[in-house]
Design a protein around this ligand. Structure first.
Ligand code: SF4
Ligand code: SF4
Length: 447
């Protein structure tokens, strides 16, 4: 680390196999990144591996805990020896007392007892991609032969649970599950035992020319995926609708707030609470004022501005070619990338009542126009507005509890006091056109 570079917190999503994966999920934007490296073997070599771990640990030597993250593609395709070497490198380069938390994002289809034993032994946090009950999951998450993957994923999760590995669910919200928020959530909680849930909306943005190919699953099983870029203002049929996204989140919130506060962590709710507490940069990058602190590291050491911008214009440099990770993250190019998120906000967003919680969403999805015709509004704006407005009162209740040093679970009592006044035929609190007694007033059922 050079003394001219300020210490800063940043997160690296490393991709040891690049875009290579054993599955062929139809909405996956990352598979096409293979096109960036023709002829590559797509395996992080020892030099890049060592540069990644040593530079990351050196850059955050002042931090109590450092997160080392592996993502893909499918990182378990690297084999266990790669991860055993990761542990050796961390032991070699960590400062005295420095805690290293390893995380891996996986489709879980290759997880067996040997993997789970290793993850448990080294306290890995394992993120598993699963989109809900069988039909919803299998709608788009298929293997190279187009076959469903649900059973293999659930077997992988069961193996992790048997070995008591800490894991979380990463669930996309897409056209196949968008109308089933509560069902998806209760499935994750009750059938899989998930206690940490990340929800990611699928917004497949494409140009009109690419739409036919995109609609056919990118020709995924014919090897025809062109390099995916954040261009165009069309979306595929797999993309979640804006209103449906808001409804999905409200459905889950209504279930969570009544019984799961403090027991199940839903990343977006935690982020929202932080904003209601006045913490502008906490939680998910998409709702922070500025971004740029979450970079993507390709298998060959190339560093990009963000996982969603692995495109030639967003290449910051290579960590084995003179500049360190910290220098590249702290570069004028990357600072401008992060600042642009704030500077490019539409005037509609600037005067929005929930801007403090939303901050205009991720720039990659800002491709619709505001009601008065200004381009650059987020595709999910209508959903963000309805969700953030819906949770305003309960978030104020929770923030008040925390400010007074009380437990946030007090929100459950607040709901209980309100619910007792509802009759079965009253409109449901979720705002859906359904009676309370057969909607959120009824016990949740899983698929
Ligand atoms: S571009 Fe979007 S996903 Fe990437 S860091 Fe910024 S807000 Fe996050
Ligand atoms: S809800 Fe819509 S208008 Fe408000 S900040 Fe978010 S994207 Fe902008």
């Amino acid at each position: 680390m050079t003394s001219s570079v300020a210490a800063r917190v940043f997160h690296v999503m490393s991709k040891p196999t690049g875009a290579i994966c054993n599955l062929d999920c139809e909405y996956c934007f990352f598979l096409s990144k293979e096109e960036l490296y023709p002829g590559s073997g797509f395996r992080m070599d020892e030099e890049v591996h060592e540069a990644y771990i040593s530079q990351l640990l050196a850059a955050q030597r002042w931090a109590d805990e450092i997160v080392v993250a592996f993502q893909g593609g499918e990182p378990t395709l690297m084999g266990l020896d790669f991860f055993r070497r990761t542990i050796e490198l961390e032991r070699r380069f960590a400062a005295r007392g420095q805690l290293v938390l390893n995380t891996v994002q996986t489709n879980a289809t290759l997880i067996d007892d040997e993997w789970a034993t290793f993850f448990k032994e080294h306290d890995f946090l394992v993120g598993v991609s699963i989109d809900g009950p069988r039909e919803m999951h299998d709608a788009f998450r298929v293997d190279k032969g187009g076959k469903p993957t649900f059973d293999r994923v659930v077997t992988g999760i069961e193996t992790l649970r048997r070995h008591e590995v800490e894991w979380n669910a990463l669930t996309t919200i897409n056209a196949a599950n968008q109308d089933h928020g509560r069902e998806v959530y209760t499935f994750l909680r009750d059938e899989l035992g998930a206690t940490f849930v990340q929800l990611i909306p699928i917004v497949e943005r494409v140009t009109p020319e690419l739409l036919p190919l995109a609609e056919s699953g990118w020709g995924s099983r014919r090897g025809e995926r062109p390099l995916y870029r954040q261009h165009g203002d069309q979306v595929t049929h797999r993309t979640v609708g804006a209103e449906q996204f808001g409804r999905f989140m409200i459905d889950i919130f209504e279930e969570w707030a009544r019984r799961d506060v403090s027991d199940v962590f839903v990343q977006m709710f935690d982020t929202a609470l932080a904003h209601w507490l006045g913490m502008e940069q906490a939680g998910m990058c998409v709702h922070a004022r500025t971004c740029g602190d979450a970079v993507a590291l390709e298998h060959n050491g190339d560093l990009y501005s963000c996982d969603h911008y692995v495109e030639p214009e967003y290449l910051l440099g290579n960590i084995t070619e003179g500049k360190t990770l910290l220098q590249l993250v702290d570069s004028p190019q990357q600072r401008a990338f992060g600042q642009d998120k704030l500077d490019s906000l539409t005037s509609y967003c600037r005067s929005c009542d929930v801007r403090f919680a939303c901050n205009g969403g991720c720039p990659k999805d800002r491709f619709i126009s505001t009601p008065d015709g200004q381009p650059g509004l987020h595709y999910l704006c209508a959903g963000y507005q309805s969700f953030f407005r819906h949770i305003d009162q309960p978030m104020k209740v929770m923030a008040g509890l925390l400010r007074r040093g009380q437990d946030a679970t007090g929100l459950r009592d607040w709901y209980a006091r309100t619910d007792v006044k509802r009759a079965p035929d009253d409109p449901c609190s979720c705002g859906r056109d359904a009676p309370w007694g057969s909607c959120h007033g009824a016990p949740a059922t899983t698929a």
